[in-house]
Every structure is written in C-alpha cells, then in structure tokens.
Design a protein around this ligand. Structure first.
Ligand code: FE2
Length: 378
C-alpha cells in the first residue's frame, strides 16, 4: 500500500496575504509568472495576489476545459520570460494549465508530445497552486488534463514532478465564486470523493480522506450554496472537503462518472462539474451491485440511517439526486448531447484510462445504457 503526495499545504482563511512571503521568502523566487483567467482578474482575486508580486507578468487566457493551443501559447510566453516559479491562480482549468506550462518551460516541444505518464525529460519548474473554486483538487495531484481540440480528446499529462510544490488554500477566495460554480465545483469534489472511495485502487489512506471529505461536503455544500459570503464556517469546511477529496482521488482514482464527463467535455465543452453532477446518480445506480458496502459507509457519514445496507445505499443515491436538484444542476437534456452521438460518447468513456478503476466493470454497452438512463431522467 502506497501513498504519495509531496505538496506542502498551507490552509487558512486569509492565507493569500502570505503569498509574497511564500514565493519570495520560502521558495526564493525572483521571477514568478502568474497563470490565471479573465474571471479571476475581474473578481479582484488577482489583485490580492499581484500586489504582493512586484510586477510579475500574467498569462490570463486560460479557458474552461483548457485547450492544447492555449497551453502551447502560454508555454511560448513562459519560455521567453524564463520564470523560476509558476503561480497558478484559479479553478481546475487554470491549475492544470499552470502545471502543463511548467513542463514546457524546461522541455522543448508542444504539450501533446507529453501526453501520458512521465513523458517529460527534464524536471518541470515549480508550481505554486492557489485554488479559487471548491472542486478541482488539482492543487494536490500530479495530473494535468488538457483538451486536444483537433482530436476532441482530453489528454492526461502526469508524473511525480507535476505535483505543485505548495498548495496555498484560502477558503476566503470562495467569497466571490458565483452560485452556479459553487454548485458545479462542489459536486465535482463530491464526485472525486465518491469515486476515490469506491474505485478499485482505493486504500485505507484514501478511504480515510474520502470519507472525511464526504462528511464535510454533504454537511456544508448546501449551506455554502445558500450564502457563501456570510457563512465563513461553511466555505472553510467545503474548501477542506474539496482538498481532502483531491488527496483521495490523487492516490486512488476516479471512475465511470469522470470517464463520461471527460468524454462530453471534450466533445461539447460541457463544464466539468456540471457533467459530473448530471452523470453521478446514474453511475451510482449502475455501480450499486459492486459498491453497496461502500455506499452504506458513505451513507452513514452523510447522516443517513437505515437498517439494511441496501436501504442505506439507495438512500445515498436519493440524497445525491436531491442535492443536485437543490443546487439547480441542469438536467441531462440541457447538455444538448445528440442521441445519435451516444454510442461514440460511450466508446470514448470505455477507452478512458480510469474506466478500469471503476468499482464495477463497465463495457461500452454499459456506458450506452447509463447514457440512455440519464437521458430519461432516472
Ligand atoms: Fe473532477
């Protein structure tokens, strides 16, 4: 049994005010480059960081489902500037782009040449990751997911040198997060924890992290959604849940929900958290026969009481559906996936590397059945 997570975590309300000291004092950086997106610039969060970084350049062109062309462009800028630290400030898309760009600084070539595990030759430069959503987990994982728009495929670029050197996690950065993003990224975190806990590579280490993440997310996501500005306890606990879930799936894996979400994300640019939320209940129903014990354990952590394991597991699925409804997650039909594409989406999901980790073995036909089930709103 192994557990590896070399990232130093600083978790505190207001932690962003220590960024300058961490970058310059602890990490001895004199040439940081900031990777972010326009939403973060507009929210005022970037200003909190930039005011401590003495004129550091900013690449703010990262889009949701970050594209290989954007990462290559960021890589070119970074190679010219020769930073000694990449600071990723944003949600999962930004953090994944920051990791990918850190690799391009030291390694010649385009990002698609590094798809897979440890394909880089030289160590990437260091990344300091500052998450601004309650879902990604990317601040504590070794993977960067980049969309190849030509191939309509989400590439996984990973390796032990891609863990951020520091994760600076400040729950107060969630104060300006729009409600629909609290919902979608919160449900991404919930999916990370459920899939990590039920995936085949799960260990006692990842189980402990996932269960605590689930306890926190079930308890505090609805409260944070109601009023994240005023409820500092809820945003702190939700951010902690998201972080623990990231540590869990980083050392276990995700499963069929992410296989489907990555497929539709690469084909239709569907936001990652929304796609996960839409598919989670249908996949849980499919996995039930293989994961009943684990679902019952999650149900207990979520405060669901039932005399039988089956009753508790079914109660959990009901709770997940109710949570999606309460958080106004769009219905399957709003994703606009044409029915004639279902077979292709199913095949793409089956081909995903994480499919083999799913709690229950899933064939392409199984994925097709899950899609049909989700489309009927069951
Ligand atoms: Fe995810």
């Amino acid at each position: 049994m192994k557990f590896h997570m070399p990232t130093a975590i600083i978790f505190a309300q207001g932690a962003i005010s220590g960024l300058g000291e961490i970058a310059q004092g602890q990490l001895h950086s004199s040439r940081p480059l900031v990777i972010t997106d326009r939403g973060i610039i507009g929210s005022g969060i970037a200003e909190k960081a930039m005011s401590q970084l003495a004129g550091a350049p900013v690449f703010d062109e990262v889009e949701p489902n970050p594209r290989h062309t954007t990462v290559d462009r960021g890589g070119e800028i970074a190679r010219k500037y020769k930073p000694d630290l990449i600071i990723g400030l944003g949600g999962g898309s930004v953090l994944d782009a920051a990791k990918a760009i850190s690799l391009l600084v030291t390694n010649p070539g385009r990002i698609e040449e590094f798809e897979g595990r440890e394909k880089y030759r030289l160590p990437p430069i260091r990344v300091l990751a500052i998450p601004t959503t309650c879902g990604t987990g990317s601040e504590v994982t070794w993977v960067s997911v980049i969309t190849h728009t030509g191939r309509k495929f989400k590439m996984s670029i990973k390796g032990p040198r891609l863990y951020p050197v520091v994760a600076l996690v400040d729950p107060d950065l969630l104060v300006t997060l729009p409600r629909r993003l609290i919902a979608s990224t919160g449900l991404d975190a919930l999916t990370h924890a459920i899939e990590a806990f039920t995936a085949k590579p799960a260990t006692a280490f990842t189980d402990a992290l996932a269960l605590e993440a689930l306890r926190l997310i079930f308890r505090y996501l609805p409260e944070a959604y109601q009023d994240i500005q005023k409820n500092s306890a809820a945003r702190e606990k939700l951010m902690l849940g998201s972080l623990l879930a990231g540590m869990a799936f980083g050392n276990s894996d995700v499963g069929a929900v992410h296989c489907l979400a990555e497929s539709v994300g690469s084909l239709y640019d569907t936001p990652h958290g929304v796609a996960n939320a839409v598919f989670l209940p249908a996949v849980m129903e499919f996995n039930l026969e293989a994961a009943e014990d684990k679902y019952a354990a999650i149900a207990a952590a979520a405060g669901i009481e039932d005399k039988t394991k089956n009753g508790a597991a079914l109660g959990l699925i009901k709770k997940v559906k109710g949570l999606s409804r309460d958080l106004s997650i769009p219905a399957f039909k709003e994703l606009n996936i044409p029915e004639e594409d279902f077979a292709a989406v199913a095949q793409k999901s089956f081909d995903n590397n994480s499919n083999r980790s799913n709690a229950r073995e899933a064939t392409a036909e199984d994925y097709l059945a899950i899609l049909n089930r989700a489309s009927r709103g069951h």
